[in-house]
Design a protein around this ligand. Structure first.
Ligand code: NAG
Ligand code: NAG
Ligand code: NAG
Ligand code: NAG
Ligand code: NAG
Length: 443
């Protein structure tokens, strides 16, 4: 047992030395050590589940509540808590380093009674202590969650929304909650034909997809585009996934000419076609060489103008090599770098470290010689970009109202099943978006 802390801290420093987590902050390191130690305890069966603070067992049932991650680690770190009277959860662009908000000087906050919130892959990263903005801006315990839908319960002056409106929106954490304060530009009214559970599935995936397409040069916003040139061919990895499904549909709406999707299992092909892919390549039962060859053939042997990749180490290098002249590789995650086991074994940590060490490094001079670009981003940069979020959100709601795209498939869970949903997402076997209903605030 005395080896454990040593193994843990070595693992943490190696991960930190990787290019993704370049910040050498003590807190980041400490969180990694905690996450490794706590997941090792989970794996060895030494963890006790966190006690729930509210659901069912106490008079607190029926009151406002949230789901928090106590400290970095396995799903045993997830628990429900009661939100104090008069308080709400909120994103860190409203209040940093806080779990509950009681009053704020800001005059643009809308209070939302949440009926549904979505679970995202990034939430799993937060739980594993691998999400830097969570550590830096909030710390642990943290109430994660980007996506909400519900009913407006309080509005500021000069607000287009009114009490009782059914809304959906994005918050920078704080979404796993029954009551949240959100700046008004991060909320929109839900069109009548869309259910709240469908609406809750939308914000993070659609904003991510729209921003990814915009920086790749597709004119999603009339103001901004970087010309792509002829042959606007697009390759989307995980085309049947949350962001992937949006990328396929939005790429079509933005004028992409040949949209090719890659999916894991053969039986996801049909769904990817129904989203608008011109061709779909599945990986099941094929070697890497085989399916990449099919990817080439699907664009007539020519490279792609834009490739969207959140796979990480598994595909990044090959994606870069499949870009056309002036092509752009947009990276918005590193999913295969994380192991798919639900509580990480020592072996999975070693595999993750090897993954980070094998991450391709892109050379600026080579990119110039190749006339290709690699672009990366994550939703955290939206923090102060109020106008940009507003523009994206307007585009999305306009398309949504006009029924221009298919809504994601939703799998519905209860508030005390959040740990299961994290396990499901980590296993990579979930199809469609996972949405949790709070059993409150439904119209
Ligand atoms: C690229 O565009 C040219 C001219 O529009 C066209 O002839 C050619 O077939 C296109 N190539 C692909 C792979 O779409
Ligand atoms: C696809 O096949 C896998 C097993 O190979 C199964 O678990 C999954 O439910 C299937 N998905 C669909 C959409 O049929
Ligand atoms: C947003 O603004 C706050 C306050 O000015 C600042 O501390 C923070 O670093 C900014 N965030 C980003 C992502 O630029
Ligand atoms: C996301 O982007 C912000 C800057 O926009 C950065 O500070 C942060 O480390 C990035 N990564 C994560 C996981 O939040
Ligand atoms: C994780 O992925 C590996 C290889 O990709 C696979 O063999 C294994 O069955 C997966 N485990 C789970 C729990 O899905």
């Amino acid at each position: 047992m005395s080896m454990l802390p040593l193994v843990a801290s070595t693992a943490a420093s190696i991960i930190l030395a990787g290019s993704v987590f370049a910040a050498s902050k003590d807190e980041l390191l400490m969180n990694q050590v905690k996450a490794v130690a706590s997941t090792l305890c989970d794996w060895a069966g030494l963890s006790r589940p966190q006690e729930n603070d509210a659901i069912g067992s106490r008079p607190g049932f029926g009151e406002e509540r949230a789901v928090e991650i106590v400290q970095p680690g396995g799903t045993a770190q997830i628990r429900t808590l009661k939100i104090p009277e008069g308080a709400t959860t909120t994103g860190y662009n409203v209040a940093r380093r806080t779990k509950h908000l009681r009053g704020s000087k800001r005059d643009d906050l809308v209070e939302v009674g949440v009926s549904h919130f979505a679970i995202n892959f990034a939430d799993v990263c937060i739980r594993l202590g691998l999400y830097e903005s969570a550590i830096r801006n909030v710390g642990y315990p943290i109430v994660p969650g980007f996506d909400i839908a519900g009913v407006v319960t309080k509005v500021p002056d000069n607000c287009d929304l009114k009490v009782g409106d059914r809304v959906f929106g994005a918050t920078l954490f704080g979404g796993y909650s029954t009551k949240v304060s959100v700046p008004k530009n991060q909320l929109r009214e839900v069109p009548q034909y869309v259910t709240s559970e469908q609406a809750a599935a939308l914000p993070a995936v659609s904003l991510t997809a729209l921003h990814a397409l915009t920086i790749a040069g597709f004119p999603a916003l009339s103001k901004c585009s970087i010309p792509l040139g002829k042959n606007k061919s697009v390759l989307v990895h995980s085309a049947s996934g949350g962001v992937g499904g949006m990328l396929v549909q939005f790429a079509k709406l933005c004028g992409a000419e040949n949209v090719v999707g890659v999916v894991g299992r053969k039986n996801k092909t049909e769904y990817a076609i129904s989203l608008g892919c011109d061709a779909v390549v599945y990986k099941e039962g094929k070697s890497k060489g085989e399916w990449w060859k099919e990817v080439e053939e699907a664009n007539g042997g020519v490279g792609y103008k834009a490739i969207f990749d959140a796979n990480g180490v598994e595909t990044l290098q090959a994606s870069y090599e499949h870009l056309d002249l002036c092509g752009r590789l947009v990276v918005y995650g590193f999913h295969t770098n994380l192991d798919n086991g639900t509580s990480l074994s020592p072996l999975s940590w070693i595999r993750m470290i090897i993954g980070f060490l094998k991450m391709p490094r892109f050379d600026a001079m080579q990119m110039t010689l190749d006339s290709r670009a690699v672009l990366g981003f994550n939703l955290s940069f939206f923090e102060n970009e109020t106008e940009l979020i507003g523009d994206y959100f307007n585009t999305i709601t306009t398309w949504l109202s006009a029924k221009k795209f298919q809504l994601p498939k939703v799998n519905l869970y209860e508030m005390d099943e959040v740990a299961q949903t994290h396990e499901l997402i980590q296993s990579g076997k979930s199809i469609g978006k996972i949405v949790v209903r709070t059993n409150k605030n439904e119209l």
